[in-house]
Design a protein around this ligand. Structure first.
Ligand code: LLP
Length: 423
């Protein structure tokens, strides 16, 4: 459920008409609903509690939507943060999420990032390879610390979804095999700079079938039992993120309750503290990209292009993953429809949001919303074609705040410098 609904003939975010935001901030602009973020987080948290999983650490995956106000909204409810760079750790800290609720994941952590994480007392560094274990051990010792680590396993299951976002197969770059994990865990237990506390996995994103997750989690359970049988302690089991969301045309994903019940079944009797790293399921349907139609361009060959002021640099998912986003007019005119190719102004054909989409008839100046754009939308945006970074607005009830303003062209130019030999 989300809080983007038509009220009085006009699409609103909670109590705010989207036209008001477009007038105040301009377009394109991302708009996020606090109530939806809060709802998604609490529904998931309650599902875990109801399924008997205790009080897990729900480390929201910052990469999905890294806006500090979004992080603060979730952090205020008790969420932690799953981070993959020093920048993301800094964002989580800036949002008031304490180190003890921060997980540091990622296949290629730099030494300065590991040091930063340790200095801020992160809850867990998810170690993804043997060389990385040695690096963490060394950096921690240099700082006179002992790093709390989990070993990330690659469970080698096929989770479906787009090839560019599948992570759990042996051929992917993430994590180590089960046998390697056992060996690394035992090695880590003897290292002065690390303390292994658990094992972690994450098998992919936009997963709409619980079966591959269950298969992976049963394997993870076996791993915990084998490590414990060696006389070592395993306190934490981090099962990653990846639960899919409804993108309108996709199979309905399992509910948080079904997901939690599946986990309870796969891990029954295993006494561990759970951690999760959900991103998309919290943020995707809590945000939209609001855009304006520049013009309708009809080609004699019969194609009808809806040319928008938003482009692939603002919302990359369709170009990158052939992703489908529902498109809704902000003020629907009636029942008449037309077939459009919806495109942005960027100079390449990839800047096509969708082809042959049947939409209510739209005209130049009309506003429309790309739905389900709260995750991997603004966080993947760029200045390609020297377009200004898209601004972000957070709504709460009948209030809204610009939580990342649109930069000025001068801001954009000021980030660069000339070289001394250029006049
Ligand atoms: N944990 C780890 C280690 C991850 O790599 C990811 C996502 C997550 C958690 C969160 O997964 P989620 O719950 O959001 O599915 N840009 C792509 C998605 C990339 C996901 C990468 N890893 C997209 O727009 O579909």
């Amino acid at each position: 459920m989300n809080h983007f609904e038509v009220q009085g003939g006009e699409l609103h975010c909670e109590g705010v008409p989207l036209t008001r935001i477009a007038e105040a901030v301009g377009t394109p602009v991302y708009v996020y609903s606090s109530a939806t973020l809060e709802r998604h987080y609490t529904v998931l948290r309650d599902a875990f509690v109801d399924a008997g999983l205790g009080q897990p650490l729900i480390a929201y995956a910052v990469k999905a939507n890294s806006n500090v106000a979004v992080l603060r909204t979730l952090g205020n409810l008790g969420a932690g943060a799953d981070t993959v760079s020093e920048g993301e750790i800094r964002r989580a800290l800036a949002a008031g999420i304490p180190g003890e609720r921060i997980v540091f994941s990622g296949v290629g952590k730099a030494e300065h990032e590991i040091a930063f994480a340790l200095e801020h007392g992160v809850a867990e560094i998810n170690v993804e390879s043997e060389p990385e274990l040695h690096t963490v051990n060394r950096v921690a010792q240099q700082l006179g610390k002992r790093a709390t680590v989990a070993i990330r396993v690659n469970p080698d299951v096929e989770a479906g979804g787009h090839a560019k976002i599948s992570t759990g197969k042996a051929e992917n770059k993430f994590g180590v095999s089960f046998s390697e994990a056992e060996r690394l865990y035992a090695n880590a237990a003897n290292m002065a700079g690390v303390r292994p506390v658990g094992v972690a996995c994450h098998i992919g994103s936009q997963i709409t079938d619980l079966a591959p997750m269950k298969a992976a989690f049963i394997k993870m359970r076996g791993l915990v039992e084998r490590i414990r049988a060696e006389g070592l302690t395993v306190e934490r089991l981090d099962l990653g993120g990846g639960l899919g969301v409804p993108y309108f045309n996709q199979p309905e994903p399992p509910s948080p309750a079904d997901y939690a019940a599946m986990i309870a079944e796969a891990t029954r009797g295993l006494d561990v503290q759970f951690a999760f790293e959900p991103g998309r399921m919290i943020a995707a349907n809590a945000g939209i990209l609001l855009s304006r139609v520049q013009h309708v361009h009809e080609r004699p060959e019969g194609r009808r292009f809806l040319v928008l002021d938003a482009a692939m640099n603002d919302l990359l998912r369709p170009a990158m993953y052939d992703a489908y986003h529902d498109i809704r007019p902000v003020k629907p005119r009636g029942d008449e429809t037309a077939t459009y190719d919806v495109v942005g102004p960027i100079c390449e054909t990839g800047d096509t949001f969708t082809r042959d989409r049947v939409l209510p008839v739209l005209e130049a100046g009309d506003l429309l919303a790309f739905m389900s754009a709260g995750a991997y939308g603004a966080s993947m945006s760029s200045e390609y074609n020297s377009r200004l970074l898209v601004p972000e607005v957070l709504v709460k009830g009948d209030q809204f705040a610009v939580v990342r303003p649109r930069p000025t062209y001068q801001d954009m130019l000021d980030k660069e410098h000339s070289a001394p030999w250029l006049t």
